[in-house]
Design a protein around this ligand. Structure first.
Ligand code: ZN
Length: 201
């Protein structure tokens, strides 16, 4: 009986791991086995880190980044350029741009792209908040750093129309970003080039 109970626990671990992006059932099984083998070195600190993340992580009320404080560390950082807001689809894109050290402005996470077929409309994304932020007198430029996918580009066009009333320059990433390209998968050199050569919409 003890054996069956242990195996059910591990099976549950495998099933949860298999729900992570990029992990299928096979790699989830390998990861679970590795975690169980490295119980003290890996499983225990991972469990503690997951609990701490669960307890402390919040979404920034201003930009949509995730952090342990809201407004987040980036929004609070007074050394950042408050004239520029860089709009991204997901937090992973924000992190990719931060890793590339190419921008020193603020960010705005939309939370996805417009997708009428999937029932995602403007009210499902953080668009009203973006328009409000872009209307602040200190903001001079909004950089639409959306993925080079059909949804990303149609969302960029929609945002451009919505931002017309705000007194800001609107720019987009240069076409160093391959068609269909997602920012999180680009190397840092490509990202830096795409930001530096950004174009006015
Ligand atoms: Zn923030």
């Amino acid at each position: 009986m003890a054996r069956a109970a242990a195996s059910a626990e591990i099976e549950r671990l495998i099933q949860l791991l298999a729900r992570l992006p990029g992990l299928g059932p096979r790699s989830a099984r390998r990861a679970a086995l590795h975690l169980v083998k490295k119980k003290e070195q890996l499983l225990a600190p991972l469990a503690a880190a997951l609990t701490e993340a669960h307890d402390r992580i919040v979404t920034c009320e201003t930009c949509g980044n995730i952090d342990t404080v809201s407004p987040c560390t980036l929004c609070r950082d007074q050394s950042r350029d408050r004239t520029l807001i860089c709009v991204v689809e997901e937090v992973g894109d924000l992190w990719a741009l931060e890793r590339a050290h190419v921008l020193n402005g603020l960010y705005h996470v939309l939370g996805g792209t417009l997708s009428p077929l999937d029932g995602v409309g403007p009210e499902d994304l953080s668009i009203a908040k973006l328009i409000e932020r872009a209307g602040a007198p200190e903001v001079k430029e909004v950089l639409l750093a959306l993925n080079a996918t059909v949804e990303g580009q149609s969302t960029a066009h929609y945002l451009t129309d919505q931002l017309v009333g705000c007194n800001v320059a609107i720019s987009r990433l240069a076409h160093g970003v391959p068609i269909g390209g997602e920012l999180d998968y680009l190397d840092e050199g490509t990202l830096v080039a795409a930001v530096k050569a950004r174009k006015t919409m």
